[in-house]
Design a protein around this ligand. Structure first.
Ligand SMILES: *[C@@H]1O[C@H](CO)[C@@H](O)[C@H](O)[C@H]1NC(C)=O
Ligand SMILES: *[C@@H]1O[C@H](CO)[C@@H](O)[C@H](O)[C@H]1NC(C)=O
Ligand SMILES: *[C@@H]1O[C@H](CO)[C@@H](O)[C@H](O)[C@H]1NC(C)=O
Length: 215
């Protein structure tokens, strides 16, 4: 079809898309689990998880079992991905970035704390709560993982624009990979179409990859 106005619309769309460069962070997004060598011999899983999402919570235990089983041969990078319809998720994701800044070994303990207690941060029970009290509550929770000595620092982490930026980058990173729900998993860069994975499913995905890797 040679419709000149359609061509103009296409041209305009192309220009506006080309112009919108996402911000490039100084460091690649994500929290590396137990810091193994990510590149090389191991299979790399990228997980997009929302700390207040029940499906993300349910996916964590089987993945952790697989990580324990494979030890250094399975690497994990978690990207926090705040779903917009979970009202407190961005604050929770930001807490993870604050924790990472103050005491990086507390990120996974804090993520697990969120999974354990996420019900109190769901939309309905927090409907009438001001944001300041949610921040105070999450800070209290986080300090049990990060360390009580970081009390003041953690609180002011919520006023630090770099932690806001980091949480935004996490979200944009997920968007750029086409993530639209959590949990979402990528194995060696490729998206898994079904994110409901028990331990045996993880084994059936990772075992053949590792045996091919040996040759
Ligand atoms: C950092 O976090 C880890 C894991 O929660 C904890 O064991 C350690 O005591 C914390 N460090 C400090 C200085 O509080
Ligand atoms: C953070 O900013 C808010 C709003 O600007 C302010 O009320 C609060 O005192 C600040 N908190 C810290 C710890 O700096
Ligand atoms: C995904 O996998 C689970 C468990 O193996 C299964 O119950 C479910 O039906 C699958 N979903 C889709 C959309 O294939």
């Amino acid at each position: 079809m040679t419709n000149p106005s359609l061509c103009l619309v296409m041209l305009f769309l192309c220009f506006s898309l080309c112009r919108s460069q996402l911000p490039i962070p100084a460091k690649i997004d994500g929290f590396v689990y137990k810091k193994p060598t990510v590149w090389g011999e191991s299979v790399v899983v990228e997980a997009f998880l929302d700390p207040v999402c029940p499906d993300s919570r349910d996916s964590w235990l089987p993945l952790k079992q697989a990580l324990d089983y494979y030890s250094g041969r399975l690497s994990l990078v978690v990207h926090p991905f705040p779903l917009p319809y979970h009202s407190n998720s961005f604050t929770a994701c930001r807490s993870l970035h604050i924790a990472n800044k103050l005491n990086s070994s507390s990120v996974y303990p804090l993520l697990e704390l969120f999974f354990k207690t996420q019900e109190k941060y769901y939309n309905a029970p927090t409907y009438g709560m001001p944001r300041a009290s949610i921040v105070a509550d999450m800070t209290k929770l986080a300090l049990t993982a990060v360390g009580e000595s970081f009390s003041t620092a953690f609180y002011s982490g919520f006023n630090d624009s770099s932690t806001d930026q980091a949480a935004r980058i996490s979200f944009k990173y997920g968007c750029s990979r086409g993530v639209a729900g959590t949990p979402s998993f990528f194995v060696n860069g490729m998206p898994l179409s079904n994110s409901t994975l028990d331990y045996n499913k993880w084994r059936s995905i990772v075992d053949p990859l590792l045996s091919k890797n040996k040759n």
